[in-house]
Write a protein that binds this ligand. Structure first.
Ligand code: 5RP
Length: 223
């Protein structure tokens, strides 16, 4: 599995050219992409500016010597490469398994080009095998949790190893929804968007145009 993640990370780095402002995703797959960019910065004098999607990725990129700016310090992002937790046949996806969905969605929104890198286990006909993470403001969050329970979304709190509510990089909490078979991802996204106190959710509908997938038969690109 690690090898498949590495393959797609290296493949995606081929789309990065000198002069680009590059969105750097979060997670174990995106980490291979960032690592490869770091190698090219060092060994090939690749000149890029990175815009990170989490504190973890910022630390990794800094250690690799990739120059960084925040999303507010750039006027655009040329390309963002990120992992995903589940992708359906229409290329709608679920992200946020690593709790970075808010920064990931913001950086993706301002990117001219956006690529996901995954191993083939992440592909499914309909979304729902993976939980839908919802980032919420702590004030009033228990009310939102009850609302989700009543709607049948089977919510759970995202917890730390010490069973505290996990605090995201943007100082919010995460409620994970366990909805098997999401037949209308856009309708669910609309409902979540309209819920007061919800900052963002992990449904990334219609955002990606290209997915690089690694599997037993090698690498393929779905567009
Ligand atoms: C983090 C994410 C990740 O991109 C997603 O969880 C995939 O991670 P991994 O490559 O480790 O499976 O959305 O918030």
């Amino acid at each position: 599995m690690e090898n498949l993640k590495k393959q797609v990370g290296i493949k995606a780095a081929e789309f990065v050219k000198s002069g680009m402002i590059v969105g750097l995703g979060t997670g174990s797959t995106a980490a291979f992409f960032v690592e490869e960019l770091g190698r090219r910065v060092r060994e090939e004098k690749l000149e890029i500016i990175g815009v990170t999607t989490s504190n973890v990725t910022s630390e990794q990129a800094k250690a690799l010597g990739i120059p960084l700016r925040s999303i507010d310090e750039v006027d655009h992002v040329d390309l963002t490469v990120d992992g995903a937790d589940e992708i359906d046949a229409q290329l709608n996806g679920i992200k946020g398994g690593g709790a970075a969905l808010l920064m990931e969605k913001i950086v993706a929104t301002y990117s001219k080009d956006y690529i996901w890198i995954v191993d083939e286990s992440k592909l499914s006909e309909k979304l729902g095998s993976f939980m839908v993470p919802v980032e919420v403001i702590p004030y009033g969050a228990e009310q939102i949790f009850r609302k989700f329970e009543a709607a049948g979304y089977a919510p759970t709190w995202r917890l730390t190893d010490t069973a505290e509510k996990l605090l995201t990089d943007m100082h919010h909490w995460i409620i994970d929804l366990h909805i098997s078979k999401i037949s209308e991802p856009e309708e669910l996204a609309r409902t979540l968007d309209l819920t007061v106190g919800v900052v963002e959710h992990g449904l990334f509908n219609n955002m990606v145009k290209k997915v690089i997938v690694a599997g037993a038969d090698g690498i393929k690109i779905i567009e």
